[in-house]
Design a protein. Structure first.
Length: 146
């Protein structure tokens, strides 16, 4: 199905077809399987990558970042740099087609108010609709490295 174009004397407006994705985590409601829209689907994919440990998926052993394993690590600059690189490498191929690859930004570091908490921020632009979003997650770690 191709996108419909609506013309206006001053501008051209593009209307994208409505897309429904299977919701994650998968669940079935009264109307059948739950679905997600485009923006929610990308957020759900990010959560899958964050919380899936590498090697957990048999047929995709390199999928995931495994942030739960970092809970007992010192929350320092080394951890932040390692996690940032790991997330960039995991997110780029997984979000290909849905997110503009040039817009993907990842940062990780200690929360200024709670140094034992690791904060992960992921910024991206949905490719089909040029809509900028930001995902933020935090988790407790073993210490502040000091």
């Amino acid at each position: 199905m191709s996108p419909a174009l609506t013309t206006n004397p001053t501008k051209v407006v593009q209307t994208l077809p409505s897309v429904a994705y299977m919701s994650f985590p998968f669940w079935v409601g009264p109307g059948g399987p739950a679905t997600s829209g485009r923006a929610a689907h990308v957020r759900e994919q990010i959560e899958q990558i964050l919380f899936t440990a590498p090697g957990e998926r048999i047929f995709r052993p390199d999928f995931g970042a495994g942030v739960q394993r970092l809970v007992f690590e010192p929350n320092d600059q080394t951890l932040a740099a390692l996690l940032t690189r790991r997330l960039q490498a995991a997110l780029a191929p997984a979000l290909q087609g849905e997110v503009d690859p040039k817009s993907l930004t990842v940062s990780a570091g200690a929360d200024p108010d709670f140094p034992e908490r690791l904060v992960i921020e992921i910024g991206y632009t949905l490719a089909a609709i040029s809509y900028r979003e930001r995902y933020r997650a935090s988790l407790g770690t073993g210490g502040n490295g000091g």
